[in-house]
Design a protein around this ligand. Sequence first.
Ligand SMILES: Nc1ncnc2c1ncn2[C@@H]1O[C@H](COP(=O)(O)OP(=O)(O)OP(=O)(O)O)[C@@H](O)[C@H]1O
Length: 219
Amino acid sequence: MSALITLNGESAGYGGRPVLHDIDLTIAAGERIAVMGRSGAGKSTLLNLLHERLADRTALIPQAAALVKTLSVFHNVYMGRLDRHSTWRNLRNLVRPAACDVGAVGQALAQVDLADKLFAPAGSLSGGQQQRASVARALFNGRPVVIGDEPVSALDRVQAAHILQQICAGHDTAILALHDIPLALAHTDRIVVIDAGRIVLDAPSRELSGADLIPYYGG
Ligand SMILES: Nc1ncnc2c1ncn2[C@@H]1O[C@H](COP(=O)(O)OP(=O)(O)OP(=O)(O)O)[C@@H](O)[C@H]1O
């Protein structure tokens, strides 16, 4: 598999304060990677760094669903492709959605079991439904790489497993911050653990058990 991105001894931080230190990471096209580690370890910062480098090849599922609550679910999901349609088509869709776009958005929503919410205001959805709408936006976006920051954190494990399957099926490469150890082991093929801004474990999922990961979630 060809390298999609390589980070060599990279650092990142905010306002001059380093958060990530000495990150060596090569990601190949086609990998499914779980980025794990306790709260504040630096997972989002790493995903942001990867997103900056891979932006035009990436569909993003941000940590907060980041929906425009006053717009319909259709419009929020349609935004996943705004940059690939003409301004005219985007404006027309704001007022009167075209049948082909309604069909395509509906398909993405069906994948996350939200087809019945197509024209509901996004603000009327539950937290888990908003998270699934955010996943549908990435599926509709359809770029080869998906970067998801805890994309299933508001879902129960059965539903989360289904959504993770959809995310992985819809994109060639998946880089996902996950905190549920069994889900990460079951749905990814590589686990990268961050602790205090450093990569402390990087191994194939099949070689790991829950017991290998639990220590990184201790107090
Ligand atoms: N915009 C920001 N400005 C300043 N500091 C930040 C910013 N975002 C994150 N940090 C700090 O960087 C560190 C790593 O944060 P990050 O969000 O990457 O962690 P995380 O592992 O994703 O945590 P969580 O699981 O809680 O989302 C934390 O100390 C956090 O306070």
